[in-house]
Design a protein around this ligand. Sequence first.
Ligand code: K7E
Ligand code: CUA
Length: 677
Amino acid sequence: MKPRTRPLHLLATVISLSFLGGAATTGCRAGKSRPAAKPGAVATPGEGASLEAIAQAHNLDPAEARAALEVYTPPGRYDEFTMFSSGGHSGSVYVVGIPSLRLLKEIPVFSPNTWQGWGQGADEGDKILREGSFSPNLPTQTWGDLHHPQLSLTKGDYDGQFLFASDKPTGRVAVIDLRDFHTKQIVKTPNTISDHALFVMENTEYVVTATFQPSPGGPGVYAPLETYKDRYRGAITFHKFDRAAGRIVLAQSFQIELPPYFQDLAIGGKGPSKDYIFTNSLNTELSTGGNLEGRPPFEIGASRNEMDYMHVINWRRAEALVLSGSPKLVEKGGIKVIPLEVARDEGLLHFVPESKSPHGCDVAPGGEYILTSGKLDPHVTAYSFAKIKKAIDEKNYEKLDPYGIPILNYDAVKEAYIEVGLGPLHTVFDDKGNGYTSLFLDSAVAKFTLGPPYHSAAEGWKLVDKIDINYNIGHLQTPGSNTVRPRGRYLVALNKWVVDRHPAMGPLHPQNTQLIDLSGDKMRLVNEAPSIGEPHNATIIETDRIAAWVTYPALTDPATMQTPAANATKQGDERIEKTADGVHVHMVVIRSQYKPDTIRVKQGDRVVIDITNAESARDATHGFGLHGYNVTASIDPGATQRIEFIASQPGAYPFYCTEFCSALHMEMAGWFMVEPR
Ligand code: K7E
Ligand code: CUA
């Protein structure tokens, strides 16, 4: 079923006549300055009650009653937009409907998930987590702090095919295929120990990450902190994406070394600025902390300078240098690296002064402006790309940084300096030439006009509205904000604190997501829901643009999307083979049996079970939960999963279907018998 629009205007007219008319000017904003709802206080009037009576029984003011209608998605209907939201250190992506804010799905990425059998004994997830670990010499990394989900782009707009996500503490990138919403690849960025920013180039040619903490050379490389200035480096990495294969190809990827500042967020240019990328930085002081060693604590040491540096990187020229096979490049960690000195000498890198401790770095939809904001400065600074280009061409430098990188003249490149409020973080855009900045300290969103060509010189760069947020907003997002075609309509506030917005459920609170309507001149809060894990960032697309499958083609290997999978079992071909060191089970599942349903092995055997789900019906997933061996798999219709382990302990172990799939679901079970040696 497609989402569709209903003739809401009729209903709205009825309500505005009978109830909202006149009362809409009470000035009481939904969710603000009202006593907290008491559980159980709502009495629902019976059938036949007027809309007004229902609203009154629910203690809704006119604005709330209106918002309820605006965001209501009736049973069986789909939300117009779908949001992929970061789950922070849950390691997952959460899929949420907009405007209902209903949680639709969790996509496990960096952490195991037992519902989907991800990293829980089935090969698909186990292998991806293992191969995508921080270091082969450390335990398999089974947690991540997922910050920045980004959709794949075609001509600068969402194509609904892939989602990428970054892991901050280890510097990894995940590729999620939106045909089945499965993570297909996790790549450790070579030579780094931490990445933060992640964005996608115009046609997804590269998935780009920027480091956070600099590194002396990647996992396992040591250099004393005393040598920080000389031996530690930041980096920006261009992960080559092969769209046909759906994989990042490290051999065609490259990296540019940067000074050991913390690079933080980064973004690609568009239109006039599309050959450039921009990343801000903090800790240009090169502080390494040491508060018990007689040095200032890190947060003080890293906030001394009045200005940090936005990096302006000519990636086109960098790519040309890489493709030319220049001998100035070094091969390190399996990719080509442009050393800092080469980047400097080739003119790939320039700096622009920016307000201290910056966080957000965003590009206006047409690519004319780059906007940054420093958490300690209540302004958004807009830089003109044309002016940056001119300053680069004219070598209009203030000075060089300690690594010899030219710092452009601030006044020559600045376009506007807009006072928005305390703690500005990130800026997103709508389709009417406005920018919206999250204010962490103010707990608010500021709306301002962009300058020409979005608004006239007289009307541009003006603060036009502000709305309170509950509480301490981090990222914010609008549909298509970071594409060439922002859609407007809604703004989602991804908040760090929930405090009293949801009932107490113990000392660990969820986070809070709020939905703001952008259709009028004034922003309106219209919906709110808790979110699981910290929602660092999100990306929002029209629901019907996602190219998702409802079942796999028969005999698909979800790990490779190949059909038929090399290890698929056709019905009638079920069997158990003895192998040199154990048994190989070729199993088929279909309502309501496992075939074979009895597996006999000897203690110490290596057990390989290939399970094919022979169903073709939508939603006919079967599980495989093996008692005691810590194995569970989800075998979706059409899919094949491999499970491999050593039968180390003798005993009688049942296995059973974990999905309530049929009337005989309770009977969908079998025996895994391990005979003692
Ligand atoms: Cu939390 Cu983009 Cu990692 Cu800002 S980031 S809030
Ligand atoms: Cu298959 Cu329950």
